[in-house]
Ligand binder design. Structure first.
Ligand code: SF4
Ligand code: SF4
Length: 512
């Protein structure tokens, strides 16, 4: 089945020999004037861009102390150099995490340290000139903000935060990325990444209800905008649109049906994803979170549950409290109103995996696991879930719960090699705002370490199904798997596995 275009995987992903400037270039497509202006950024590079950038760096370092600590504390120990999937896949030394950081750090030193101001050459301090800006744009868009390097850094330096800070500086001088900023504009205007208007969304849900009825004979509902429901479910809009995501949405619906808990989607907050995090912009990230808060208040729900989306879960789990007061944190009028409204007997927010897991644990769901017997399943830990959140209020719950849900629905489960899963998981290669076709070469190369681990598991254990709980990972895998001689349809949502094996009570009753 191999073709000339396919990448031959070695037995082990060795640290590659360096190929200097192998990924040099212009970076992804830049945002147009209109796209930039929609988000309140300058449409084009401002005249005094260097000064504006330095002022923004000063603001960032005083606002986010972590960034300053990261910039000051690198010991150049080299532990991170071979930990980034983009370096392993491209061999470009500027994709070593420490080198990526140094693009930002050298400018920081030049302007914010004594030695850098007076003896720049001695301490590797550099000006932010056109050449440096080009490198920033190119290489900070070759970082998926996956945080794998931070796991191996003895000082805990998180390159993802530096990458976010660099993208934020570039946006305020008028140099933004088309893909992320265009999507953020759609969420602002319509409410979801796909720009899918309310009537289209409602039609899709009705079609899905009919499909489930045809398939199972059971009236499983996908309710939308139902006031007074117990649960507001916020899922990534990819779940409404295409396979394999949509099969996960069907799975959520079947689980809710079996639970007897009333639930609703919202046409106003029809997007769990929050690309504001990718561009390091707090205000834009907050706007996304506030849409969900407004929907929760308007619909008067008691619980908020998030669907299968990696970075959305990180934003919800780690940042919603201060962004919007969901959980605790913010103290404004609406935050307090929502805190009073939500049921404190449940985690707020909660992940769909937690909801399903709790039902499984309490014997509230039945499965016919043989329905998945044609599958040998492995699980990809998505970076933002693995290294940016938890689930289920137990240590390592974000690793345990998804695997337990899969095992409840499938007889054959096998993990990929230990150094490529859980907190050491490799990025899919398309996270952090890089899931765009103008970066396809980078995406294919960056997927190499994950593909290698998958190949090994396929060869040793016959794995034929790759399950994930992130819309970006699923889309990225569907696209790049053929480049590594895999079937693109081997990617599934975890809730698709649930959907295929769950026994609906009404079906059972009908048979009885
Ligand atoms: S955060 Fe991930 S993509 Fe970025 S440098 Fe670190 S390992 Fe590479
Ligand atoms: S592992 Fe940490 S301290 Fe060592 S070179 Fe990398 S960023 Fe610097």
């Amino acid at each position: 089945m191999s073709t000339d275009n396919q990448i031959q995987l070695p037995i082990y992903v060795d640290t590659p020999s360096i190929k200097k400037d192998s990924m040099a270039g212009d970076g992804p497509f830049k945002a147009t004037v209109e796209i930039q202006n929609n988000l309140g950024f300058p449409g084009e590079k401002v005249e005094n861009w260097q000064q504006v950038a330095i002022d923004k760096m000063a603001e960032t370092k005083s606002k986010y102390k972590s960034v300053q600590v990261f910039l000051d504390s690198c010991m150049k120990c080299g532990a991170c150099t071979d930990k980034c999937h983009y370096f392993l896949g491209t061999s470009d030394p500027k994709n070593m995490p420490v080198a990526r950081q140094d693009l930002f750090r050298s400018v920081y030193r030049r302007h914010f340290t004594f030695a850098g101001k007076y003896f720049p050459k001695l301490v590797g301090a550099k000006d932010l000139d056109e050449e440096m800006l080009d490198d920033w744009y190119n290489y900070f868009h070759q970082c998926s903000q996956c945080r794998r390097c931070a796991v191996f850094c003895p000082s805990g330096i998180d390159t993802a935060e530096i990458s976010m800070a660099a993208r934020e500086v570039m946006n305020v001088i008028g140099v933004g990325q088309k893909y992320t900023n265009q999507i953020l504009g759609k969420v602002k205007k319509i409410g979801n990444n796909l720009g899918m208007p309310e009537p289209a969304l409602k039609d899709t849900l009705m079609d899905l209800e009919e499909e489930i009825k045809d398939d199972t004979g059971v009236d499983v509902k996908l309710p939308i905008d139902i006031k007074g429901s117990e649960v507001l479910m916020v899922s990534p809009s990819a779940d409404f649109f295409a396979e394999p995501h949509i099969d996960g949405l069907i799975g959520y619906a079947k689980v809710f049906h079996e639970s007897g808990v009333s639930w609703t989607l919202s046409s106003y907050a029809s997007e769990a994803a929050n690309f504001g995090m990718f561009i390091g912009n707090y205000e834009i990230m907050r706007e996304g979170a506030l849409r969900i808060r407004k929907a929760a208040i308007d619909l008067n729900v008691k619980r908020i549950i998030i669907g299968e989306c990696g970075h959305a879960w990180r934003v919800a789990y780690s940042f919603w409290n201060t962004l919007s007061g969901i959980g605790s944190g913010a103290q404004d009028k609406y935050a307090l109103q929502l805190q009073n409204q939500l049921d404190s007997n449940y985690p707020q927010p909660q992940h769909m995996i937690e909801f399903t897991y709790d039902l499984i644990k309490n014997n509230k769901l039945s499965f016919d696991k043989s329905k998945n017997n044609h599958r040998v399943v492995t699980f990809h830990d998505s970076c933002n879930v693995a290294r940016g959140s938890n689930m289920g209020d137990i240590k390592d719950g974000q690793f345990i719960l998804p695997r337990e849900v899969i095992k409840a629905a499938c007889n054959n489960f096998i993990d990929m090699p230990k150094n490529t899963i859980k907190s050491s998981t490799f990025c899919c290669g398309g996270g952090g705002g890089l899931l765009t076709d103008d970066l396809i070469d980078l995406r294919i190369k960056g997927a190499k370490p994950r593909m290698h681990a998958l190949k090994k598991t396929e060869e040793e254990s016959g794995v034929n199904t790759l399950a994930a709980i992130c819309a970006i990972c699923k889309s990225q895998f569907s696209k790049v798997l053929p480049n590594y001689d895999f079937d693109p349809y081997m990617v599934v949502s975890v809730h698709q596995l649930v959907s295929d094996a769950i026994v609906l009570k009404d079906t059972k009753d009908q048979k009885d």
